[in-house]
Design a protein around this ligand. Structure first.
Ligand code: NDP
Ligand code: MG
Length: 382
């Protein structure tokens, strides 16, 4: 039986790489659903190539273009976010790859879990915003959430065969981004073009800016807490500029396990979709001879304040990580529109964390309201 995959955000960096993985494993996977937001042309060509059961374009104004282009194919075409929430629940879907960017992925992830679908989770923002709610729901529904994020995939791979052994701590590796080692004077002047050039990974714009500001690592710390049921003090971050050691787990006997490989998201995507099987691949192989030195250093929390803000939001818990995420999404967008500078992103997030009313045990509705309120506040500050 092939695994029937729904890819939410098929036109993005993770989405397109997932389709490459699926194309190379036709015996194992088939595409059941594709969704995109604005890139109608790419969605259409993907649909023609993969012949899914259904596609959704979330921007309503693009519906007719997609429907007309696919009229000759037996593919259902829908529009809007509500349609995404329905198609993830289709009986013919086995696994949902959440590869859309940002808070927009929250509702459909919840819908997929409610319908008992296995989740391959790339959309880390959903766990940052509502990690407790999502992991409790998944437990209640008996749903597995497999990580796609490379660091979390590394930890998951290290834990395979060790699920009954308590974790002492995990160490998430961070590349440090393009501005590693730079001071505030330099950071004040960095441009959008400089921030969009990641040294090791080729990713969507939002996660690339998050990597440059270290917010990506902050979001990943919170993501790891929920994925692996960790206490805050069990999570450490180390900067590893070569991005070869993807993360580590330390067990109670002191043993450290790491997973290594070239920086290529196709491997963690394939591991999440194929779990528990390791599928044969022709991805480029890592050689120590190409990397005579693997180095590790402390993260620079003084110049890159976002990582500290994320740890603080995780400590504060409640709706604080939701505030952190919403403020960051507005900040990144404003930086990409060249409305604010690189360092002003942290200022904006810090102000929002101080100003938005705290809720200790938020409901889903509270998260929705916190997200809206924070966005309004952050936009007014931009
Ligand atoms: P991209 O920006 O490349 O792609 C985002 C996808 O989401 C696109 O398909 C886009 O559609 C869709 N989308 C954008 N906005 C909306 C919206 N409002 N509603 C519904 N769909 C929307 O992002 P990435 O692929 O880089 O990242 C996706 C997720 O995976 C993020 O959460 C990121 O943090 C995470 N991740 C990414 C990694 C990477 O290497 N890229 C690594 C680890 C995690 P369209 O293009 O049609 O507008
Ligand atoms: Mg990552």
């Amino acid at each position: 039986m092939k695994k029937r995959v729904a890819i939410l955000g098929s036109t993005g960096s993770i989405g397109t790489q997932a389709l490459e993985v699926i194309q190379a494993q036709p015996e194992t996977f088939e595409v059941e659903v594709l969704t995109a937001h604005s890139n109608a042309d790419l969605l259409i060509s993907q649909a023609i190539a993969f012949q899914p059961n259904a596609v959704v374009i979330t921007r309503d104004d693009l519906y007719e273009a997609v429907r007309d282009a696919l009229a000759a194919h037996p593919i259902k075409v829908y529009a809007g976010m509500n349609a995404v929430n329905s198609v993830v629940q289709m009986e013919t879907v086995d696994i949902v790859l959440t590869a859309m960017v940002g808070y927009a992925g929250l509702q459909s992830t919840i819908k997929a879990i409610e319908a008992g679908k296995t989740i391959a989770l790339a959309n880390k923002e959903t766990l940052v915003v509502a990690g407790q709610l999502i992991t409790e729901l998944a437990r209640e529904k008996g749903v597995n959430i497999y990580p796609v994020d490379s660091e979390h995939s590394a930890i998951f791979q290290c834990l395979t065969g060790e699920f009954h052994n308590p974790i002492e701590k995990i160490i998430l590796t961070a590349s440090g981004g393009p501005f590693r080692g730079r001071g505030r004077e330099f950071l004040q002047t960095v441009t959008k073009a400089q921030a969009l050039k990641h040294p090791n990974w080729d990713m969507g714009a939002k996660v690339t800016i998050d990597s440059a500001s270290l917010m990506n690592k902050g979001l990943e710390v919170i993501e790891a807490k929920w994925l692996f049921g960790l206490k805050n003090e069990q999570i450490e971050v180390v900067v590893h500029p070569q991005s070869i050691v993807h993360s580590l787990v330390q067990f109670e006997d002191g043993s450290l396990k790491a997973q290594l490989g070239l920086p290529d998201m196709k491997l963690p995507i394939q591991y999440a979709l194929g779990y528990p099987q390791r599928l044969k691949s022709n991805f480029p192989r890592f050689s120590f001879l190409d990397y005579p030195q693997l180095t590790f250093e402390k993260p620079d929390l003084e110049n890159f304040q976002n990582l500290g803000l994320a740890f603080a939001a995780m400590e504060k818990a409640g709706n604080a990580p939701c505030v952190l995420n919403a403020a960051n999404e507005v900040a990144v967008e404003a930086f990409l529109k060249e409305q604010i500078g690189f360092l002003e992103m942290s200022d904006l997030i810090s102000d929002c964390l101080a100003k938005v009313a705290y809720i200790a045990t938020p409901s889903l509705q509270d998260y929705v309201e916190t997200d809206q309120e924070t966005r309004q506040l952050a936009l007014s500050m931009v």
